[in-house]
Write a protein that binds this ligand. Structure first.
Ligand code: 13P
Length: 256
């Protein structure tokens, strides 16, 4: 574990998996497995249809619930969308913003990420803003440029005084669901680029306090090597978070 004062955050992105019954079964099995782990903020991100179910199942336990996406407006004629007010009313505390799957398949842009981040901060939702380069961008040596662009546009117009809840997740697209994890060195380098951009866009104080998570084929056996680096403050986990024992092991291993 890094020696920084930033609290480790370990989040489970369930993507479009699980039914409500399966989600409740997960939470019931998971709770006893994380009983004594207080070093990490644990966040589950189910599909919108299961947010209320998971909030209910996790009540009175050290488990937070995040939406995987939201609109930036409070309400309106936007069929199929969910507003920050609706999420808050359910007891949701965190929200993923700009996951690469949203950017790739649903046309999310750096500009919509910026609007969503502003809305999350206004409504007191903890934003987990996802950034990360595609394989072709890494191979063309554009990783730094891509991370700086995604981060600076996301943070445009944000008041540094209101930015403390900000969390960034570095998810190299080539490592998502591929079993190809970034080496700790690659991840640490990227996190340093992102932290420097936060310092430029907001302030060095905000940069020092912002948690930056790594995501992309995180598994129980590679958690410790990723989470022990100074600039890595936790993990955003896809596939390996679907099983309660595996996700609990990731939480446990993040304390080493
Ligand atoms: P995997 O852990 O399945 O690679 O997914 C990572 C991810 O996209 C988390 O948001």
């Amino acid at each position: 574990m890094s020696t920084s004062p930033r609290k480790t955050l370990i989040a489970a992105n369930w993507k479009m998996y699980k039914t409500p019954d399966e989600a409740v079964a997960f939470v019931r099995s998971f709770i006893p497995l994380i009983g004594h782990h207080r070093h990490a903020e644990i966040v589950l991100c189910p599909s919108p249809t299961m947010l209320a179910t998971v909030v209910d199942a996790a009540r009175n336990n050290p488990i937070h619930v995040a939406a995987q996406n939201m609109h930036w407006l409070d309400q309106g004629a936007y069929t199929g969308e969910t507003s920050p007010l609706q999420l808050k009313a359910l007891g949701v505390t965190h929200v993923l913003i700009g996951h690469s799957e949203r950017r790739q398949y649903f046309n999310e842009t750096d500009e919509s990420v910026n609007l969503k981040l502003k809305a999350a901060l206004v409504h007191g939702l903890i934003p987990i803003v996802c950034v990360g380069e595609m394989l072709a961008e890494r191979e063309a040596n554009q990783t730094t440029e891509v991370l700086e662009r995604q981060t600076s546009i996301a943070l445009g117009g944000i008041d540094p005084a209101a930015a403390h809840p900000l969390v960034i997740a570095y998810e190299p697209v080539w490592a998502i669901g591929t079993g190809r994890t970034a080496t700790p060195e690659i991840a640490d380098d990227a996190h340093k680029v992102i932290r420097a951009e936060i310092a430029r866009s907001l302030s060095p104080e905000v940069a020092a306090g912002t948690r930056i998570l790594y995501g992309g084929s995180v598994k129980p056996d590679n958690t410790a090597s990723l989470c022990c680096l100074e600039d890595i403050d936790g993990a955003l986990v896809g596939g390996a978070s679907l099983d309660p024992a595996s996700f609990a092991q990731i939480v446990a291993n993040s304390a080493t």
